[in-house]
Each structure stands twice: as structure tokens, then as C-alpha cells.
Design a binder for this molecule. Structure first.
Ligand code: PMP
Length: 420
């Protein structure tokens, strides 16, 4: 429906267009003007509370006091980069690497997930001597020139590089592990036919922009295939990482595979820009001997203190376990609601990463998904939609979400669906 913007909202919309230009997009027909966040709640200028069921960045809850205190304390003490000795970045690297298999022995710091993937690509090119990149059909891996060229979810406005091949996301209906491995093998052969040596297979291990595909066990064959071809496997953990899937700290662990490199971002700093790349030492050995890596803000003292505080909260508050338990209740509640509302199709979930197919007569219905997303916004609940057909409700709350919050969400969704 037509949104009734307040005078202030309309003014800010016009100012954004005038100052930030035309490339920015707001969420919702009626944009949300936020001024404050706390836990799973966001507040607008009028003091109205919105239930945040979408923001995986504020993973330990908006403005978590332990994190805010750590950021503020370090900012008030010392804010320098990684060309001076400082224990903060090392203490954090130690604690972070302890959550990974021993083979992944180094971490390098960036400020964004895009930069982490860009660095991974650079190192893979150096290590393998190849340039070929294989990604899933609706993948998103970031904004740099190199990374946008293998982010097909950006749509036809961005040309995939001539060295990039896409494969359908893994699907039990297309043969699961064997089917995905076969598709990757075809892509490898096609690269080789064109004289391009494969360098990487990169996947988001929860396939967020491919529609939130929560199944497991279908990456083994594909990883073996890229290794046989002399390439490396990168697990993009920007979405599923830091315990969100409940079943594991890292999404790749759910698939029983061991990546060569792992990119991290979003929830790592709970809103502070800190990201990184975890890798096997042998991947960076030659690169490091020849090339110098310095990222002015990556791993700075404030970033390290903030990320340390975030990881402390994830572990102390048992947020991975909470994601598992609350995620199960959430999944069950959505399926129950689906029995009364025909437009709710398959529900997929791993912990607090949930995807809900919106359908009409069994077919994907993007328009209805958009009406639900906007209807929930009017009911002051924030989610979004995703997937190749834009009909999958993307439900991804802060990990401090409780069963009580699930109840609030389901009540409001029920109301919105009834009014459709
Ligand atoms: N990889 C994935 C899977 C992502 O979802 C994103 C961000 N949406 C990125 C990489 C890029 O991260 P950033 O926006 O921090 O550059």
C-alpha cells in the first residue's frame, strides 16, 4: 500500500537522494527512521519499538554493554594499527583461531567481508597461478571490483568476469552432494576449455542469497573437485559464522569439510567494522614472503578490543546454544502457522537462520513475500526477503532472541497473513 511518510521521513528521503546519490536503496515501502537500539529492539524517533528479526550484524544484541564498554575503553586508551606491537590483536587472534580446526592457523584482518574475499582471491591467484572462480548462481560475496565480478546476485548491472563460472546452488532434487560436485566439475572443465586455470570455489555455507539452503553434507565432492583441479576452497562465513546456525560455530563445520580460507565479517564486531580471513599457513607462505600486507584499519586496537568483547559475549552467554534451541522453537512455530496459511510453503532453518518459502498454488510468489515484509514493518517487525525468486522470507534475528520474542513474531505474522 501507499506509505504515509511523516514530514521528517520525507525530508530525510529527499536529503539522501540529494546527498548520497541514486545508488542507495532503503528497505520497505515506508522507510524506518531509527534512532536507538537495545538487545533485539530498535526504536524510532517517536519511541516506538521494532522487533529486529533481521540484523545479523548486531549478533549479540544491539549496543551490548560489554561490547560498547570495550570499544569505548580502547578508543579512550590507544587507537593504532598493526605496524606497532600490541597485544590486543594477538589476544583476539588467539581466541578466534581456537574456535577453528588446527589446520587453519593464521588470521589476517580487514574492515569488511568484501575486503576479506578480495584478499582471499588475491592469495588464491598467487598460490595457484590460476584465475578461474566458481560461485553459485545467486551468490553474493561483496562490493569490490574483483568480488562484484563473482557476485551474480547483484543482477545484470554487474558483468560477471570472463574467468567466472556459476553453478546451481546445491539441491537435494538435483542429486545433493554428487549433483553439486558434478556441476562444479563441469564448471572446472569449461574454464579449462577456455584456457583458464581454476583458482577458487567460493560458497556462502548457508547459501543466504541463494534462498537460505540449510541442508548439509553436499559440499564434500565439490571441495575434492576444486582441489583435484589445483584450486582452493573458500568458505564465506560472513552470514552463518559466529554461532548463528546453532549446530556449529562455523557453517563449514556443518558440512564436514575443511576450507583453505574462511572469510568473516558482519557479526564479528557487532556493528563496528571488523572482518578477516582465516587460512591455512601454506596458502599465504609464498605470498607473505613476496608481498607486504598492511590494512590501515584492519585489526586496529579498537577493532581488536571490540571483536574480543563480541566473542566473549557469544561464548559467555551461550549464544550458539541459544540459537539452536530458540531456532528449533521458531521453526516449529512457523510450520504450525503454515498449517493455517496456505501461502507459507517450506520452512528451512539452521539455528537462528531461517528461510520461509512464500507460495501461491505451490509457485513462488515474490509479490506476496514483499507484502508480508511490508505488512510486518507496519506491525513493527523487521525482516526481509531473498532467493533467486525473491520469495523467501529471510529471518535472521540477533542471537539473543528468546522464545518470548518468537511468540511476538508469530502473533504479528499471523495477523499480517490473516489481513492479506
Ligand atoms: N559475503 C557474504 C555472504 C555477504 O552476505 C556479504 C554482505 N552482505 C559480504 C560477503 C560482504 O560483506 P561486506 O558488506 O562487509 O563487505
Amino acid at each position: 500500500g501507499a506509505a504515509n511518510l511523516t514530514e521528517e521521513e520525507a525530508l530525510l528521503v529527499r536529503k539522501r537522494q540529494a546527498l548520497l546519490g541514486p545508488a542507495y536503496r532503503l528497505f520497505y515501502e515506508h522507510p524506518v527512521l531509527l534512532v536507538r537500539g537495545e538487545g533485539v529492539w530498535l526504536y524510532d524517533a517517536a519511541g516506538e519499538a521494532y522487533l529486529d528479526v533481521y540484523n545479523n550484524v548486531a549478533s549479540v544484541g544491539h549496543c551490548h554493554p560489554h561490547v560498547v564498554e570495550a570499544t569505548a575503553r580502547q578508543a579512550a586508551t590507544l587507537a593504532t594499527h598493526t605496524r606497532y606491537l600490541h597485544n590486543g590483536v594477538l589476544a583476539y587472534a588467539d581466541k578466534l583461531l581456537a574456535t577453528f580446526p588446527a589446520e587453519l592457523g593464521h588470521v589476517m584482518f580487514t574492515c569488511t567481508g568484501s575486503e576479506a574475499n578480495d584478499l582471499a582471491l588475491r592469495m588464491a591467484f598467487a598460490k595457484t597461478g590460476g584465475t578461474g572462480v566458481i560461485v553459485t548462481e545467486t551468490a553474493y560475496h561483496g562490493v569490490t571490483l574483483a568480488v562484484s565480478q563473482f557476485s551474480p546476485s547483484l543482477g545484470p548491472s554487474v558483468n560477471l568476469g570472463p574467468h567466472v563460472r556459476t553453478v546451481p546452488a546445491p539441491d537435494p532434487a538435483r542429486g545433493g552432494d554428487a549433483g553439486f560436485a558434478a556441476a562444479v566439475e563441469d564448471a572446472i572443465e569449461d574454464l579449462q576449455r577456455h584456457g583458464i586455470k581454476p583458482a577458487v570455489l567460493i560458497v556462502d555455507t548457508i547459501f543466504s542469497s541463494d534462498g537460505v539452503l540449510t541442508g548439509t553434507g553436499f559440499l564434500k565432492g565439490a571441495v575434492e573437485a576444486i582441489h583435484r583441479a589445483g584450486g582452493l576452497f573458500i568458505a564465506d562465513e560472513v552470514q552463518p559464522g559466529f554461532g548463528r546456525t546453532g549446530e556449529a560455530m562455523w557453517g563449514f563445520q556443518r558440512h564436514g569439510i575443511l576450507p583453505d580460507m574462511v572469510s568473516l565479517g558482519k557479526p564479528m564486531g557487532n556493528g563496528y567494522p571488523v572482518a578477516g580471513l582465516v587460512l591455512r599457513p601454506e596458502v599465504v607462505a609464498e605470498f607473505g614472503a613476496k608481498a607486504r600486507y598492511f590494512n590501515t584499519f584492519g585489526g586496529n586496537a579498537v577493532a581488536a578490543a571490540t571483536a574480543m568483547a563480541v566473542l566473549e559475549v557469544v561464548q559467555r552467554e551461550g549464544l550458539q546454544q541459544n540459537a539452536l534451541i530458540v531456532g528449533r522453537a521458531f521453526h516449529a512455530g512457523l510450520e504450525q502457522l503454515g498449517q493455517r496459511h496456505g501461502c507459507i510453503g517450506a520452512v528451512r532453518s539452521a539455528g537462528l537462520f531461517l528461510g520461509v518459502e512464500v507460495v501461491s498454488d505451490g509457485a513462488a510468489d515474490a509479490a506476496k513475500a514483499a507484502r508480508i515484509v511490508n505488512g510486518l514493518r507496519e506491525a513493527r517487525v523487521l525482516i526481509s526477503a531473498t532467493g533467486p525468486r525473491a520469495n523467501v522470507l529471510k529471518i535472521r534475528p540477533p542471537l539473543v532472541f528468546s522464545e518470548e520474542h518468537v511468540g511476538i513474531f508469530l502473533d504479528r505474522l499471523d495477523t499480517v497473513l490473516t489481513a492479506l
